[in-house]
Design a protein around this ligand. Sequence first.
Ligand code: 8YV
Length: 314
Amino acid sequence: MSKRELLVVLPLVPSAMAQLESQYTLHKLWLADDREALLASVGDAVSGVVTDGHAGAGEALLGKLPHCEVVSVFGVGVDAVNLDYCRERGIRVGNTPDVLTEEVADFTIGLCIATYRQMINGDRYVRDGSWQAKGNMQLTRRFYGRKVGIFGMGRIGQAIARRLEASNCSIDYHNRNPLSDCAYRYHDSLVGLAQSVDCLICSVSPVPSMRGMIDRTVLSALGTDGVLINVSRGLIIDEPQLVEALANGTIAAAGLDVFDAEPYVPPALFEMDNVVLQPHAASATVETRDAMGQLVVDNLAQCFTTGEPVCSVV
Ligand code: 8YV
């Protein structure tokens, strides 16, 4: 029997690529000089798409794949996949939850501490000789015991909360609806949450309508001692308003792993000492990326045999 054909939007980890190479005929979109020409020539034969949370799969792409049965996403966030269009077409969508939860939670706590304790500035202070030349660095601010707000108390939010408990932090949260079995204090508005806490951590799995939700109003509510941490998606933050808030002291600091138009980062942030920047790396360890890659492969295999990915969003 001839192998099924997949459109692979971008390269995955080698462990997953090797399995895909052996099980399917791959059309590698990122290698195509002329993407439209590739899609026009192989689109009819493609029965599955492999993509990630950033590149996703929109109607423009899927519209050229009339026999596509499944989109397998390397990542938990599916905001870049047009889910309504997939539902209409009966295209299944699989993602990779759970296997990255603890990794992202570890990273988030690291980002909180790096931001409050200015660890990146400290590293620079040692390397550039300032410690020897000027003596000790200025004092930083404490993280443990803070009032922390979690926007998005899903699997990742809860894993972050478990770690925060060990740091004696109080935990409030905002979701669309309160969780039934959750002891943390619920706020029915994001502004209300921001007003009540010192540190606002965003771990929400966003939908496109959340674009720019963290705006001047939310940042003012967080306040002059407030710290914003984002491991969700850049789209939830109004970046120009965040830059303004960091520059004029509306909030104290930010730790950002995600940006609206990655890998573009607003250059104004590069000049700011009160910001820790990361290259969308919360899940980026060898172990977790291998596990995510395996789930991408398993989602495809199970969907082609039973019609249902192992972890399905649609
Ligand atoms: C990945 C992510 O960095 O899971 C997600 O939604 O954003 C990340 O784990 C991304 O999908 C991989 O490129």
